[in-house]
Design a protein around this ligand. Sequence first.
Ligand code: ACO
Length: 322
Amino acid sequence: MTFARITGTGSDLPEKVLTNADIEAMVDTSDQWIRERTGIRQRHIVAPEEATSDLAERAARCALEAADRRVGDIDLIIVATTTPDRVFPSTACLLQQRLGIHGCAAFDIQAVCTGFVYALGVADKFIRCGSARCALVIGAETMSRIIDWTDRSTCVLFGDGAGAVVLEASDEPGVHSSHLHADGHYAHLLHVPRGSSTAPDDVGAVRTFVEMKGNEVFRVATNTLGRIVDETLAANNLNKSDIDWLVPHQANIRIIEATARKLKMSLDNVIITVDRHGNTSAASVPLALDQGVRDGRIKRGDMLLLEAFGGGFTWGSALVTY
Ligand code: ACO
């Protein structure tokens, strides 16, 4: 039987750091409010000339190096992003060109903050059924480009970044299972209200930004993530104590703490980056994973629970032996 294993991780963060003190100078907020309600202290923001594909390329090269693979080994590229460089071609195709390879399947996945978990689930299925042997799976975002920097209810939350994994065919797991869900009835609670097909004629003049009913999203996210923990454990016949590391989507420290409580897990076994990265949407789970691997906390053979919740609503999890 063929499984899909993570053989390397990588990430990239833009150089510029925007602290809560910087945001205090922009909107009516305070470092204390942001820290107490979200756990965020700072976030990284792209330079004017940087695009999502720049972050994706750097994270991808970093993951390839960790996996000891060359770009020529890659036979599938999936980029999870809500903030593609262009309407088309996909960021995955732009990345393929930048990596100097051609011919393999390359496409984007749009599941907002759950994007990386969706991409991992899809790549796992490609590998299990023999359609790919060495996939690049990336979450990359420039959320700062779709944020209204005068709206204090959203601008304090988001940041930019990218995370990547190389996923390879193996005789041993690997990804044990992935669980992907969506419920479009909640679209209005968290969205960017216009896109290419709903924009007015003077689209060039109109900018459109993330809008969110924060506390309603918070309530659904907390309950839903609790349920997906149960679903993932039951599907694999595992107990809470079998999980070594929780690698959660980094939207809000209070949501992360609620999921850890559900798992009866100490925060010492949770990879937390929200304080330094903010919410990087599809990039947050692979960024946290790479952080845990590089600082030596996550070791080969550890059992990881990856989970995320985001616009759509979408939500998902993956159980992975690293
Ligand atoms: N600074 C100071 N005050 C603020 C700020 C701010 N930045 N933002 C809002 N407030 C005020 C509000 O105006 C409100 O004031 P009022 O009581 O006078 O009306 C008060 O703070 C409370 O606002 P709430 O929205 O109820 O605050 P809450 O405790 O819910 O925290 C937050 C808001 C942090 C957004 C939280 O609801 C949250 O994290 N929600 C979930 C976000 C999430 O998980 N999103 C999913 C992923 S994102 C994606 O998919 C793109």
